[in-house]
Every structure is written in C-alpha cells, then in structure tokens.
Design a protein around this ligand. Sequence first.
Ligand code: DC
Length: 223
Amino acid sequence: MFVNVIAIDGPAASGKSTVASLLAERLHIPYINTGNMYRAITWKTLHCGIDLKKSGTAELNTMLDHTELFYQENSKGEFVLVIDGAALGDEIRTAEIAGLVSTVAAMPVVRAWLLERQRRMAELGLIVMEGRDIGTVVFPDAEYKFFITASPTIRAQRRLQQSGETFDGATLKSVARDIAERDRIDSTRKIAPLRQAEDAHLIDTTELTIEQVVELVVSELKM
Ligand code: DC
C-alpha cells in the first residue's frame, strides 16, 4: 500500500525546496519542509543556551519534552511551522543555524522525536514532504519519490544568492566548502543518512530551470 506522499529528497542547495513549494502550490496541497523542523529544534537549543558539545543529551531531552512543534494551516491556507505557539520565519535561516543544524540532525533523540511528528502529517491527505530521508525512512512507502541534485558549483552559486544563509564576506569557495561539510555530515551519519531511495526518480537540476524541474516532476505523477 502506498502512502499519499510526494517525497522530495536531496542535498543542501540543490533547489529542492523551491521545487517542492511550487509543486505544492500547483497541486493545492500542503508543503512540509522537514529541514525547517530540524532548523527549528536547532534554533530552540540556541535560544535555551544549550551547548550540545558540553551538555550531552540530558538537557536536550528535557527541552524536547517541553517543546511543541507542528505545521499549522494559516488564514491563507499555507502551512506554517509553529514552535511553542509562535510561528517561525527567517530566524531559522541564518548562517549560525546552517552551520549547526547538521550536527543537531545527526542526534538520534532529535531524529526519533521529529520522525513521529513527520509521520503524523500523512493524516493531512496528499502532501509534498521535503528533506533528506523522506523516501528512505520517514515514508519508504511514499507513492512518489524524487531525489533532486545539482553540481557542487551550481549549488554553491545558488546558496550564495540566497539572502541570510551565508556569513558576511562569504565567497563561492567558502560556501562550497560549507555545503560539502554539511553533505559529509548528512550522508555519513549512522541514522537515516542522506541517500537516494532505490525507487526514487533522480533529477539533476544543474542545467535546468526551476520550471523545467517542476514540469519533470509533474509529468511523473499519475493524477
Ligand atoms: O533542507 P535544509 O538544508 O534546510 O536542512 C537542514 C538540515 O537538516 C540539513 O543539514 C540536514 C537536516 N535534515 C535531515 O537530516 N533530515 C531531513 N529530513 C531534513 C533535513
């Protein structure tokens, strides 16, 4: 039995978020960005002053026990991420969070905690869910699976053009190095590493426009 999910995975800055959000808009279905959920937890650890290197997992467990995180539909029909009653925006898209989130996402307690909440979202009906392990771990039975990649240089260029995600003075070289480091942590972690599901459609977006990628995805959907 398939689960009613369009799973979109891929490495950082491959263009998957843009594709996933345009696709959801076009199909009028919820768009769930699981990277933002990992960023939200990272944001809260910083906000609570938890030093992950020093404190181990005890403080983190207590924090998670006192955290509520979910996607909620707003008056415009968009699904927004809400943590402890407050909607999160650009505060999770900083260079500081980008530099720490892969480490937080490698922690088993965080993954288990978020996995439970991500799976519950299938109750919303057909959704687009985007991340690193959606087609492999969160929804291995997703009806549709896509793995979106692009060359390292193109990914670094795209990231450099996004505001807020890089440190002041960042160069193509420094951004490429940061992305490579995130890829390394994301694909070598023990639990749910970044990898393409065997039954996922691979789309290399290096030489494609966003519109072309969305068309390619739509052409694979039988609806
Ligand atoms: O998509 P993003 O760059 O905003 O994701 C932020 C981090 O979260 C990324 O470094 C890896 C992690 N992540 C993950 O481990 N599993 C997911 N399903 C989504 C994101």
